[in-house]
Design a protein around this ligand. Sequence first.
Ligand code: ADP
Length: 617
Amino acid sequence: DKTSAKGFGARSLRGNGEQITTWTYFRRIVDLAMDFWPTLVAALVCLVIMQSLQILAPKLQGSIFDGIIAYLQNPGVGKDRFQDAMATYVTIMVLQGAFSGLKSLAQELVQRRMACAVRLKLFASVIRMDIAFFDTMHTGQLTSRMTNDASQMTQPLNTLLNDLLANVLLLVGGMFMAFRTSWKLSILALTIVPPITYSYRVYAKWARRVTRSIYCAYGEANSTATDAISNIRTVRGFSTEAFESNKYSDSINTALGHGVKNAYVGASVTAFSTYLNLGTAVLILWYGGQLVCDSEGKIMSIGSLITFQLYWNMMNNAFISLGNVFNDLIRSSSAAERVLSLIDARPDVNPDEGEVLVRETVKGHLKLRGIQFRYRSRPDSIVLKGIDMEMPPGTTTALVGKSGGGKSTLVHLLMRFYEPTAGEIILDGKDTKLLSSKSVRQCCGFVAQDTQLFSCSIEENLSYGLGRDHSKEEVIEACKAANAHEFILEMEEGYETRVGEKGIMLSGGQKQRLAVARCFLRKPRMLFLDEATSALDAENEAIVQGALESLLLELNSTVVLIAHRLSTVINATQICVIHKGLIVERGTHDELVAKGGVYAQLVSRQLSRDASAVIGA
Ligand code: ADP
């Protein structure tokens, strides 16, 4: 299916294999608009009334002229006739203004509500997408879809109401009135439609061919230029500058030749159709004038002739506008395509699908069996190549190893940010694929190297996603335990201080302590930590370290930590050395040091460098 090829990283869009065409999108936009059908119907009714009044206008203008002529011939009778026609005309104009205002109000309301609904749907769809989706999509692209494309895609509604429907009404109504005014003149005028349409069709077909030849010639010119410039040393070496210039100029001149031919033919077609059009206007006046004179105004009055001329112009303009409608629709449908394909996108894993875990009963016994993984954005490189691990409840597993080995990726898989390409993650004896990923995540805590904060108060940040009522005291307790209480109180507004993007910027260490406090509040059964490395200064490091240690003691949960510091690693229940996507060594600190392998080398290298040794990264 066409849209899945766009690389949104989302599953194919319309499961039923329906062909996605401009019309499909157009239909979907109309479907969206139908949610606001009462306002839409109001807009349509106003449009029909407005256009009907406009169709009546030439008839009344003709009557006004006839009134003037009658007034000149017989002021007694003519005056009333003139005044009556004027009064009706003014009434109609006033009504037309009112209905056009009402129509544009209703239309604007539908459009704005529709854009709003589209944005809501879009955000709801995007926020549920797999993390892999965000690896390939830029934030800028997404927000632009939410703002620009969402309003742009309501444009077809505009085109439909203002251009298509309005002009079809004018064309049909104008034709009907023109026939009523004079069928003879109407038939005469309509004789130009077939030759004009035919000449345009022939020209369009020919022009497409010429345009293709022009593109082709420019393509050749470009490839000559690219070739010559990228091989400039060869060109210079063989002194073929003049040869290359001639080759380039041949292609450019061919393109120009086609372009000039196109300009001549285009101009002739324009002149031909203009002559036909003007000729028809002359014919209408000449033949119409004869009808008026021969019948002394009985078959046709001067007013009727003017009326007919006005209807003719009305149809002409409507016809030209209709020609542009299809181009407009196609243009705005590309915005619709971008938006709708995102709205339709479904994540690979629906967070609500699967067995729901009851938090209180989760023990936190984790097992990994043959875990393999590759990122969708880099399908050629296998990041994890078969990981087997067991993490019994309450134990601490330290992951160490050189950067790029796959430690963070493994933690992301445990958080279920991504699905393993092969293998199983088993929690308390159950394959996590069968569990609701939302409920799994609710049992997990995560302290990343870089803690993300929202632009709201510290307290709101701490209770974010807690999903239960909490007291202020509870938050303060958590912050005290996480060594965060003091620095929060030092700020002017304490727990109400706005942080994050639009608030006060916190240091790396402060942010990590907030992340630890979040964990104290959530009391997760499984805790994943990414120890900070060089981001923290020594003092901060000790404070964060202290906070983490008390967290581990308090929670007694299953901990997997990406360790960079020897002190953390020494106390771990087991240490896994990860290298190029594989566990190359595992055991306790003492076992691994005794073994004298990769881990022992890492330790001795770091110890010799620094007493507060940093391992791996
Ligand atoms: P570590 O935590 O051991 O430093 P990572 O798990 O961060 O290792 O990275 C393992 C490999 O996966 C690296 O080659 C890295 O470039 C790649 N990688 C990490 N994140 C992504 C991502 N979002 N998309 C594509 N490749 C990634």
